[in-house]
Design a protein around this ligand. Structure first.
Ligand code: GAR
Length: 204
């Protein structure tokens, strides 16, 4: 049984769909913990009510990024993780932390990477006038929002869109591709070849 640790900072809707799919579809894994960088993250209540262990490593309690990441790593490793899932985890991670979880840490980003890394991706998309936008699941590397891409989903950008309407349309797609990507990892179907992700066929 593989252990997944999910990191959140807020609402945690991606965490919720992953936990629900894992249970409904009887994935060969357990959600070993949900860890938040904020004590007031809404997603913590969902996890606790679904008997998922929770922990808070509050970034505001640590004077430096190094100190925060060291405490976070100690907490995560207490759950013996096979996979770390960043689900709306709004912290930039140090290279040392990222290297520790190399090839076993996934992130979802609300744009079609490599377009629009960083924050306010929906605003960036509207300002650029793109007609397609979307979401990307990728392995985390030391370069922010640039790791090998596992899955993407695209949505149209409408002339009538606001940041919020676009965010909602993208989020619906996030909720489809993130559980799918996590399951591929759990099933051992993902590999990296020359920095690109390869998906092995489903075994029958
Ligand atoms: C999601 O849209 C996710 O893609 C984004 O934060 C939101 C979290 O929602 N992540 C980032 O922007 C990471 N840079 P959720 O807490 O409901 O899953």
């Amino acid at each position: 049984m593989r252990n997944i640790v999910i990191l959140i900072s807020g609402r945690g809707s991606n965490m919720q769909v992953i936990a629900q799919r894992a249970q409904q579809q009887k994935w060969a894994c357990r959600i070993a913990a949900v860890i938040s960088s904020r004590a007031d993250a809404e997603g913590l209540a969902f996890a606790a009510s679904h008997q998922i262990p929770t922990a808070v490593v509050a970034s505001k309690d640590y004077p430096t990024r190094d100190a925060f990441d060291a405490a976070l790593q100690t907490t995560i490793d207490g759950f013996s993780p096979d996979l770390i899932v960043l689900a709306g985890f709004m912290r930039i991670l140090t290279a040392r932390f990222v290297d520790h979880y190399r090839d076993r840490m996934l992130n979802i980003h609300p744009s079609l990477l490599p377009s629009f890394p960083g924050l306010s991706t929906h605003r960036q998309a509207l300002a650029a006038g793109v007609k397609l936008h979307g979401a990307t699941v990728h392995f985390v590397t030391t370069e922010l929002d640039h790791g090998p891409i596992v899955a993407q989903a695209a949505v149209p950008v409408l002339d009538s869109d606001t940041e919020q309407s676009l965010a909602e349309r993208v989020l619906q797609q996030e909720h489809l591709i993130y559980p799918l990507a996590v399951r591929w990892f759990i099933d051992g179907r993902l590999s990296l070849l020359d920095g690109l992700v390869r998906l092995a066929p489903e075994s029958s």
